[in-house]
Design a protein around this ligand. Structure first.
Ligand SMILES: NC(=O)c1ccc[n+]([C@@H]2O[C@H](COP(=O)([O-])OP(=O)(O)OC[C@H]3O[C@@H](n4cnc5c(N)ncnc54)[C@H](O)[C@@H]3O)[C@@H](O)[C@H]2O)c1
Length: 380
């Protein structure tokens, strides 16, 4: 099979979908790999390293490819350059990519979305949301430590004792647990809260204190959280306010699949924090857990610095690409018979992450969204 690796076009996307070590593995298995020149530059993987791994370095590898891999969804020009009947693997949030999805469908492309890989045990090695959340959570911990102008650990010195910093983490999924682990390793006292009751045990296993509130837990399906009602959100904010006011650093990572991020912290709550406090909002791009956070910027609210996340995994492009590329290669292996791409649509993982195939939108919710937007366009 001919596999093409795209040079990302989105500004500030520094990751690459395949790394040289995994290109070598694919080539050894009998695949041909073409890498767009410069694709790995921003992640410190040079063209020469890909060439040494057996790839062809090209200016337009997409036209001949049976499978095109990228981090970000392909843009219109790239989609139209693909050969009909070929496949793509990339992040592709279908509900936010309706025009792209209809282009992929119309071009006869079989498009697989990394966001849609079912989060079942068998798919763990293909779970790019988890691998990239792990990178993001670590980075959030490091950013908080870097912005905070104080020690994280307790320091007992001849000149006196410096108490440890107190960090509060809200949302203890993959990213939140990694932020807890990172700030704990640096010696901070960490407290964390999540709406899922099961998260409390995981928080404790990371050496943090689980904040328990007199509120019902909000378990949804598949291990995810459910959305809060406005009343519950108000009560949660009220109960969390004293913990946030006492924290030196607050890291928020809460999300509910398919929804804008829940607002956990108002600007008034941030204003109650001590001067010099730090807030890191990983959800800034999806609506924000913290009122007033701005993606890609540090803003001042009261005496606190509020850091808004923007494509955080891309801020550590080499390890993020390494993990992502392994997820993609594992997905390719699942769909390959010998050296040919032959996705088995009876497989739960393959069917689950397929967005378009054979000129049709396979992902039911996206098909419905496209149907309703087409109906709106044709109505008088
Ligand atoms: N392969 C697998 O089986 C697999 C892989 C990854 C995750 N999971 C499950 O999914 C869980 C969450 O994964 P994720 O990190 O991708 O989730 P996510 O990114 O959707 O959400 C992050 C966290 O925010 C929490 N949250 C949502 N609303 C909140 C609120 N109002 N206040 C506080 N916290 C709130 C969620 O409970 C979650 O823990 C994991 O902990 C795990 O149980 C399973």
């Amino acid at each position: 099979m001919k596999i093409a690796v795209v040079k990302e076009t989105l500004q500030d996307e520094a990751r690459v979908a395949l790394i040289p070590a995994l290109v070598a593995k694919l080539v050894a298995e009998g695949h041909e790999v073409a890498v767009e020149s410069g694709a790995g530059d921003a992640a410190q993987f040079a063209d020469e390293a890909y060439a040494e791994a057996g790839a062809t370095i090209t200016a337009d590898g997409l036209r001949q490819a049976d499978l095109t891999v990228s981090v970000q969804p392909l843009v219109t020009d790239q989609i139209w350059a693909l050969q009909s009947g070929s496949a793509t693997i990339s992040f592709l949030p279908p509900a936010q990519s309706l025009e792209r999805v209809s282009n992929l469908r119309d071009c006869g492309i079989t498009a697989f979305s990394l966001e849609l890989v079912p989060r079942i045990s068998r798919a763990q090695s293909m779970d790019a949301l988890s691998s990239q959340s792990l990178v993001a959570g670590y980075r959030c911990g490091i950013v908080a430590a870097g912005l905070l102008r104080r020690f994280l650990p307790l320091n007992m010195t001849a000149a006196g004792t410096v108490p440890p910093a107190e960090v509060v983490v809200l949302g203890a999924g993959v990213a939140g647990l990694q932020a807890i682990a990172t700030t704990r390793r640096l010696g901070a006292v960490v407290k964390a809260y999540d709406v899922r009751a099961a998260a409390a045990e995981e928080i404790r296993s990371m050496g943090a204190q689980a904040i328990t509130l007199e509120l019902e837990s909000l378990e949804g399906s598949g291990g995810y959280a459910r959305e809060m009602t406005e009343d519950r959100a108000d009560r949660q904010r009220e109960l969390l306010a004293p913990f946030i006011a006492a924290a030196d650093a607050l890291i928020t990572t809460a999300a509910v699949p398919g929804r804008t991020a829940p607002l956990l912290v108002t600007a008034a709550m941030v204003e109650q924090m001590k001067p010099g406090s730090v807030v890191v909002d990983l959800a800034a791009e999806t609506g924000g857990n913290v009122e007033g956070s701005v993606p890609g910027k540090v803003v001042a609210i009261g005496g606190a610095k509020v850091w808004g996340a923007a494509n955080v995994p891309s801020q550590m492009p080499q390890p993020a690409s390494r993990l992502l590329a392994q997820n993609i290669v594992n997905l390719i292996a699942l769909m390959t018979d010998g050296t040919a791409l032959s996705p088995d649509f009876d497989d739960e993982i393959v069917a689950g992450c397929c967005v378009t195939h054979g000129g049709e939108v396979r992902h039911q919710p996206t098909q419905e969204l496209l149907g309703s937007s087409a109906a709106k366009e044709t109505s008088p």
